[in-house]
Design a protein around this ligand. Structure first.
Ligand code: G1P
Length: 280
């Protein structure tokens, strides 16, 4: 139907093509998204968060050497046959339920040209609708409502706006994140008017750092196509979002919950201890 706009978010994009060099040699043959915190790979935590937020289509941008991701979100007949009816069967329940509950689609990013480029690569899986993005190495936890659920609720209130999740970080860490400036329009919600990728602490606009949860409108794809390489010579989603922010289309949400930077060894160990403590 002409002019039909699908405004309900059903898809979640997972950029998962990076090399994970910080975790070498572990990531030589294993995708970094498959590194486990306790018994679950990082990516599975992300998929569970998306499901909890009501999404049922997982669009994963992979790259060479990432086949283990597809195998994880698939049936494993031989293994299932072996353990069915044994005490171990329950260990597979969660992942089986996930595989049944949602659809998975994949595309490969041929060259690593930055997060913006990875998201653009996913356009073929997303189409012309708003969508969520989860960076699986930012592992989030909230006993009550997941970060993505909080953001989906906000999107329902502010349709057709992009939303980035933010948290306050120590000023000396701004060079690890996209950083925003804006005016608070509601408790914990900012209208973004400027954003910079990984600024030097001395130049940072604020200490409000973007973490790996985004709601994006389909217009972002055309904007990314026009976005020149930025920090590190890569096409940055932060730069593309700045174009939309200047049109008043980007909100930043200071979420409730805990977030672990599992892209760093310290954050990974912290997450492991935290989830271990929670399970005991
Ligand atoms: C990416 C984004 C950055 C954001 C961060 C969150 O950086 O480019 O803006 O703050 O994710 O984790 P990366 O960590 O991939 O270098």
């Amino acid at each position: 139907m002409k002019n039909k706009i699908n405004n309900k978010i059903t898809k979640c994009l997972f950029p998962a093509a990076g090399y994970g060099t910080r975790f070498l040699p572990a990531t030589k043959a294993i995708p970094k998204e498959m590194l486990p915190v306790l018994t679950k790979p990082l990516l599975q935590y992300g998929v569970e968060e998306a499901i909890e937020a009501g999404l049922d289509t997982m669009a994963i941008v992979t790259g060479r050497g990432k086949r283990a991701i597809e195998d994880h979100f698939d049936r494993s007949y031989e293994l299932e046959h072996q353990i069915d009816g044994t005490a171990k069967e329950s260990l597979m329940t969660e992942i089986r339920d996930i595989v049944h509950a949602c659809k998975f689609s994949y595309t490969r990013q041929l060259e690593m040209k930055g997060l913006g480029h990875a998201i653009l690569t996913g356009q073929t899986l997303i189409g012309d609708e708003p969508f969520a993005v989860i960076l699986a190495d930012d592992l989030c936890d909230n006993n009550d409502k997941s970060v993505l659920s909080q953001m989906i609720e906000l999107y329902e209130k502010y349709p057709n706006k992009c939303i980035v999740a933010i948290e306050e970080v120590p000023k000396q860490d701004t060079n690890k994140y996209g950083v925003i400036a804006g005016s608070e329009i509601e408790n914990n919600l900012y209208q973004v008017n400027n954003m910079v990728e990984k600024p030097d602490p001395k130049d940072a606009l604020s200490n409000l750092a973007i973490i790996g949860r985004y709601i994006l409108i389909p217009e972002i794809f055309d904007v990314i196509k026009e976005t020149k390489p930025g920090k590190g010579g890569e096409i940055q989603i932060t730069d593309a979002l700045l174009t939309l922010a200047k049109q008043g289309k980007v909100l930043a949400y200071k979420f409730t919950g805990r977030r672990f930077d599992c892209g760093s060894i310290d954050g990974f160990v912290e997450a492991t201890n935290y989830f271990y403590g929670k399970e005991k």
